[in-house]
Structures are given as structure tokens and as C-alpha cells.
Write a protein that binds this ligand. Structure first.
Ligand code: CUA
Length: 181
């Protein structure tokens, strides 16, 4: 017994393709996706290796309730910038509602600065204009990043994480002095 009713009246089979055939539109989307992946990989590579953008390491854990009174952060106002080697500096910074401590930093041209930043209340951000410094500041965690400042000038920094009503007033200045270094 043959089944004639199922095919009778229905259109014939669509055009057939050999094994492995891909619709041209789909093939183009595959190609586009691959190009996109390669482009992203190159962008990440250039940013990371050539431009110095690094994911801040989870440097250390601290107690946000006490860290402000503990060395080396306790000395942040009196001694905001420490020279650890010729031309190499470290800054221990506290972010809090709604200021940075310290909020003015001065180093000679050509310096390398390593920032160790933590928050004692809520999440903040630290973005220093025209540098690779762009950090998420999380209470209890120390964010660390290094930058080299070859050009004299003023580099404003701002909080880029909404942290409360005074957020917009949370900023500071990094000054790189010409001449030395
Ligand atoms: Cu601190 Cu916004």
C-alpha cells in the first residue's frame, strides 16, 4: 500500500543542495563573526601590551573599618607620595564619601607611580585623565595599578562610580612637574 495522499497537492521538494552547503547569507554572518572576534582579540592585545591597560590585580584584602588608621595608609595625608627608587613612587590612597585622600599628588616628569587604593565605605572609581589609571575601588580590597608619566602637565582625576549625593564633587589633581626625571 502506498501513501499517495501525503505528497499529492503539496509543492515539490525545495531545491536540493549537496552535503555541507551553507546559505550565502549565513556564511557571511559566520565570516563577520570571525572577523569581529579577531578584531576584539587584537584590540585587547594592543590595549594590554602596547598601551599598558591592565586589569587591576586583587592586591590585598584589608579591613575597611580600620585601614585608614593603619600603615601605610595612615600616613597618606602627611606623606602622599613616597619615592621607593629613583623616579619610582608609590601612592597609598583612600577613597571615601566624597573625597580622595590624598587628592593632590605631585611627581616629577618621567616618574613611574604605583597606586594602592582602597575604599572605607562604598564602591568608588578612580579615573586619571590621559593615563591608563582606571580603577574600581571596592571596600576591603586594595586595587593596584602602575603608570608612567612622561609628559609634564596636570592630570585631573575623578570618581566614576556613583557613590552618593556628593559623587560629582569627588575629584583631585595629579601634577607632573617638568624638568626632572
Ligand atoms: Cu566616589 Cu563617586
Amino acid at each position: 500500500m502506498t501513501d499517495e495522499t501525503s505528497s499529492a497537492g503539496s509543492p515539490g521538494p525545495a531545491e536540493t543542495h549537496e552535503e555541507g552547503w551553507i546559505d550565502p547569507t549565513e556564511r557571511n554572518w559566520f565570516r563577520f563573526s570571525i572577523v569581529l572576534l579577531v578584531a576584539f582579540a587584537v584590540a585587547v592585545g594592543v590595549a594590554g601590551f602596547a598601551l599598558g591597560f591592565q586589569v587591576p590585580g586583587d592586591e590585598a584584602r584589608v579591613d575597611p573599618r580600620t585601614v585608614a588608621d593603619e600603615a601605610p595608609w595612615s600616613d597618606r595625608i602627611d606623606n602622599p607620595v613616597r619615592e621607593v627608587a629613583p623616579g619610582e613612587y608609590v601612592v597609598y590612597m583612600i577613597a571615601r564619601q566624597f573625597r580622595y585622600e590624598p587628592n593632590t599628588i605631585t611627581v616629577p616628569e618621567g616618574s613611574t607611580i604605583t597606586f594602592y587604593v582602597t575604599s572605607i565605605d562604598v564602591q568608588h572609581g578612580l579615573k586619571i585623565q590621559d593615563t591608563n589609571i582606571n580603577l574600581q575601588i571596592v571596600p576591603g580590597q586594595v586595587s593596584k595599578l602602575t603608570t608612567t608619566l612622561d609628559k609634564a602637565g596636570t592630570y585631573p582625576f575623578i570618581c566614576h562610580e556613583f557613590c552618593g549625593l556628593g559623587h560629582a564633587g569627588m575629584f583631585g589633581t595629579l601634577t607632573v612637574e617638568a624638568g626632572e626625571g
